[in-house]
Design a protein. Structure first.
Length: 560
């Protein structure tokens, strides 16, 4: 196991097939050139146009190429145009054009750093050796992120030790992470460093681990290149960042952290007899059968959490065919309570003493799942090999009677003695669009759940949040509505069906009277109109507790 140190040649600063990060002066010159050229997301979008950028994101580069050609008519924009051609479009350029893009670093400097390489077309032509693009972090400035070139930039199947760049999964995790101050944070499976960049904005120290030496090399390059924006001393990264090589939690065994984030190699991949590690796409495949890697990591997170420490990660889980129907249920082995069928395996992975909030965002069929990941690595470019691999996916799922694969957000917390444990063990499916970024919503929800757990609900003064609206549904001529629903316009955008009593309680929540008084008044009114037909005050208060927990009601703030 290697680690970041203060030696003459720091660990991971010179790794074959990755950009070098041991020449601090060269990286400073690179940062100066990128800034001077306006190599930022906003400037590139302004230059190419939103539609061309959107098409490029869908891997259709024609509109972007046309826009760059128009940009080149302005001599002042030549450096930016050259950088876009090199790194976003992965085109070859003559060395004279490259020199325009790197007036301080120089073309040879870019070659020495491993950013560029000789192009196959002939002497004097250069092309990118890495993907390099802007990324907006929590930092006070835009960052530049280097990673491996994608299939659009280098046609063909990806290399098996591919280092993924700014993908949708990494952006999803960054947007979902609750940003709270923390002394020690851990990034498991750092990749090119996206989560670590965000963690540095609110954590004193970050430890980043990865099995891949190349991934750690890319991360170190990105940290040094963006040192000023991230508030780092490039000559002494270890003051705030530690890079460790090893599998999952092995490099930090025996340590404890306040916050852990992970976008692990969770993709369920069929195992083959005699397969070699070099055949795996290590950025997504942990080498274990089924969802074993996620299960073991999920269960073991408690061993590296400080009391009250939290985990946020993305995960996949297999759903047995028998538990796939919407009305199917399973049993949480810790609490003995019923959970949705799809949550049976995640509940079993969550040990006693750990709270869990799992939000399933989607369910893929075995066929759809196979197609997604075959496409991700461009494996279908070889049709015969791709179809054989497709069949292996289907056989693998069938061998375990898997009917679907759940994909979602995972939040875990190690229970702290004496602290409220309001989240408990919650498993919910929210497959509709939600407000982004969702991290602030989740953070507020955790606070609210803790507050509800320790509150005397009958004494709480509550109001309806501004984003919550009521909908009534009735057929023409009906005297009373057939259904009354509350709908959240922000956050998780939940919808809840209300009983008549619950609707009356919510309508009365203006903060003037405590919930206990409101519940008794509503029950008295209903009993007067139809004796014995309504809930008890205790039952209505239980519903009020749930409405507060889900955010359909909120605590009245002091002074409101």
């Amino acid at each position: 196991m290697s680690h970041e140190n203060a030696s003459q040649t720091p660990a991971f600063s010179r790794v074959q097939g990755a950009p070098r990060s041991d020449d601090l002066a060269a990286l400073e010159a690179l940062a100066t050139d990128l800034t001077a050229a306006g190599f930022s997301h906003a400037r590139i979008e302004e230059a190419l146009g939103e539609r061309a950028m959107a098409a490029l994101g869908r891997e259709y580069p024609v509109a972007a190429r046309r826009a760059v050609a128009a940009l080149e008519e302005d001599p002042a924009a030549a450096p930016l145009a050259a950088l876009v051609r090199l790194f976003l479009l992965a085109e070859e350029l003559p060395s004279a054009r490259v020199a325009q893009a790197f007036p301080r670093l120089g073309g040879q400097g870019a070659l020495d750093l491993g950013l560029l390489e000789a192009a196959p077309s002939g002497p004097g032509a250069l092309r990118s050796a890495v993907d390099l693009r802007p990324h907006a972090s929590d930092a006070d400035a835009e960052l530049w992120v280097a990673s491996d070139l994608g299939a659009l930039q280098r046609p063909g199947v990806l290399r098996h030790d591919h280092v993924l760049g700014i993908g949708q999964a990494s952006l999803t995790l960054a947007a979902a992470t609750i940003r709270r101050p923390a002394a020690r944070a851990l990034d498991v499976g750092v990749g090119c460093g996206i989560q670590t960049f965000h963690l540095l904005a609110h954590c004193d120290h970050v430890t980043a681990t990865d099995l891949s030496e190349r991934a750690l090399a890319f991360t170190r390059f990105n940290l040094v290149l963006n040192a000023a924006a991230l508030g780092l001393n490039p000559a002494s990264l270890g003051e705030r960042v530690r890079l460790l090589q090893g599998s999952l939690l092995e490099p930090v065994a025996g340590e404890e952290f306040d916050l852990v984030v992970s976008n692990p190699p969770f993709v369920i991949t069929p195992r083959r007899a005699g397969e070699d590690e070099s055949e795996r796409f290590t950025y997504r495949d942990g080498g274990m059968p089924g969802d074993t890697l996620v299960a073991s990591l999920w269960h073991d997170f408690a061993s590296v959490l400080a009391p009250g420490g939290t985990v946020q990660m993305l995960a996949n889980w297999e759903i047995p065919e028998s538990l796939l129907p919407d009305d199917a249920t399973a049993t949480d082995p810790v609490t003995g309570t019923e959970v949705p069928g799809w949550a049976g395996r995640p509940a079993a992975w969550t040990p006693e003493g750990v709270e869990a909030w799992v939000i399933q965002r989607d369910v893929e069929s075995p066929e759809g799942y196979a197609e997604t990941w075959l496409r991700d690595a461009s494996e279908m470019r070889d049709r015969a090999a791709g179809e054989e691999r497709y069949a292996q996916y289907l056989d693998d799922f069938a061998s375990r009677e898997v009917g679907g694969v759940g994909l979602g957000l995972v939040w875990l917390r190690r229970t702290a003695p004496g602290a409220p444990a309001g989240v408990g063990r919650r498993f919910e499916s929210i497959e509709h669009p939600i407000a982004q970024p969702v991290g602030p919503t989740l953070g507020e929800a955790v606070w609210r759940l803790d507050a509800v757990a320790s509150a005397q609900i009958e004494l709480v003064h509550a109001v309806v949040p501004d984003d919550v609206t009521v909908e009534t549904h009735a057929r023409p001529g009906d005297e009373h509505p057939q259904a009354i629903m509350l709908r959240q316009g922000a956050g998780l955008r939940r919808v809840r069906l209300l009983s008549t009593a619950e609707a009356g309680l919510v309508s009365a929540c203006d903060g003037e009277l405590p919930l206990g008084s409101l519940a008794r008044a509503v029950c008295a009114l209903l009993d007067a109109s139809a004796p014995g037909s309504g809930p008890s005050a205790e039952e209505l208060l239980a519903a009020a507790r749930d409405l507060l927990a889900q955010g359909f009601l909120r605590f009245l703030a002091p002074g409101e």
